[in-house]
Design a protein around this ligand. Structure first.
Ligand SMILES: *Cc1c(COP(=O)(O)O)cnc(C)c1O
Length: 402
């Protein structure tokens, strides 16, 4: 399996036909610098031992694998969770943000720059910046800032500068442009940090490598608990970082089926979902090639999901390749199934999941019903504190205590 990780991506950042780097030459030069630095620094003893220590003492890793007795009794199957909700700051995102920030430190950078849509990446990066004593500049559309006010406050408390983006639709796309512009003004002292396994090379590779810890831990923990490997591994897919981290620990196991779960939203019409792999086709978006949802003009299509962390019209190039190879099965959970799963996990196990993660739980419960004798390991990518007000306001409590 080490072969797989040596083979993909290739030197130019391609996962078969996907990935690569389709960006202006000035930006390409900076990406090449980051690639070269990553290849040498990430293999150094200092880098590896510092990251290991951070994961243990700051992030609280390894996160546990937990057997859901109550859910398993109700649905059948043997249902397990990898508890990334217990990773510091409440989700898997800090795994790659700490890696990116540590790389920045080794490169002598002073400032981290990123854009954020829902604010989760911004908060994780601001956390990493505070740890390393780096400056942090987060670009965010004004529409998103109003919608995600608590995350804006969190970033500011952590010491980040939040730059409001007020042109165009004032959402993620404009924030990306604004962040790149700021980065290119001073690429010597700053570094651009992408929040998932997307964007131009080397980010899909780098973010996957930083997330691999999830899958490596989970495979070892599950084997230690049960004496076998799981029959099914399930993770939600937005850009695809938590899923790629999880799957990377199981890709070489012939008998373990991998399931990526996309947000089905409220229907199959373009604009009603964000199921990029399920309904999209290959194209170029934000500087790399992947499955994308596009309108008739070839522009990124509007997307929708109840979970703001999943509504992206592209997906990681590695997922695109794994889809074509048939290595991973990509399915869908819609909003209604997701809200049901959100309450089921809360009520039966005492764990409130992030709405993103609840997509994976919903799909896992379906698998459990259909495979009564089998084991299902679900990556619980984050905790749901951020979602509780929204869920209760929009969907109400379940009938028994509304
Ligand atoms: C951001 C986020 C996701 C989606 O991102 P991926 O890169 O697809 O993992 C999933 N779960 C949680 C909790 C998130 O915050």
């Amino acid at each position: 399996m080490t072969d797989y990780f040596k083979q993909y991506p290739n030197k130019e950042g391609f996962f078969k036909e996907y990935g690569g780097s389709f960006i202006p030459p000035d930006l390409q030069k900076e990406m090449d610098n980051i690639t070269n630095a990553y290849h040498s620094i990430s293999k150094s003893h200092n880098f590896i031992s510092e990251l290991r220590s951070i994961r243990k003492h700051f992030q609280g890793r390894p996160t546990p694998v937990y057997y859901c007795q109550n859910l398993s009794t109700k649905y059948g199957g043997r249902i397990y969770l990898k508890r990334e909700d217990l990773n510091h700051s409440g989700a898997h995102k800090l795994n790659h943000c700490m890696g990116e920030a540590l790389l920045a430190k080794h490169l002598g950078k002073k400032k981290l720059i990123a854009e954020t849509g829902a604010g989760q990446h911004g908060v994780a990066l601001a956390t990493a910046a505070a740890y390393f004593g780096l400056e942090c500049e987060i670009h965010m559309g004004e529409v998103d800032m109003a919608k995600e006010h608590p995350n804006v406050v969190r970033m500011k408390i952590l010491g980040a500068e939040v730059v409001p983006v007020s042109h165009g639709l004032k959402t993620l796309k404009e924030a990306v442009d604004s962040a790149f512009e700021s980065y290119l003004k001073d690429p010597i002292n700053t570094i651009y940090c992408i929040g998932s396994v997307v964007g131009p090379h080397p980010f899909p590779m780098m973010v996957r490598d930083f997330q691999r810890v999830v899958g490596i831990e989970a495979q070892e923990q599950f084997y230690e608990m049960t004496g076998e490997n799981p029959d099914h591994v399930v993770a939600c897919v937005g850009g695809g970082s938590n899923a790629m981290g999880m799957f990377s620990g199981f890709l070489d196991l012939e008998d373990t089926l991998l399931h990526g779960v996309e947000p089905g939203g409220i229907g199959t019409k373009l604009g009603d979902h964000a199921s990029t792999i399920t309904f999209g086709k290959p194209g170029i978006i934000h500087g790399f090639k992947c499955y994308t949802l596009q309108d008739e003009k070839g522009e990124p299509a509007p997307v929708y999901s109840v979970a703001s962390g999943l509504d992206y019209p592209g997906v990681g190039p590695e997922h695109s390749m794994l889809k074509d190879m048939g290595k991973v099965n990509y399915g869908v959970a819609d909003d209604a199934e997701t809200i049901d799963a959100f309450y089921e996990l809360s009520r039966l196990e005492g764990i409130i999941p992030a709405l993103e993660s609840a997509h994976a739980v919903a799909y896992g419960l379906k698998l459990a019903k259909e495979n009564q004798q089998q084991s299902i390991l679900i990556n619980l990518s984050g905790r749901g504190d951020k979602d509780i007000d929204f869920v209760v306001e929009k969907y109400g409590l379940p009938e028994d205590n509304a």
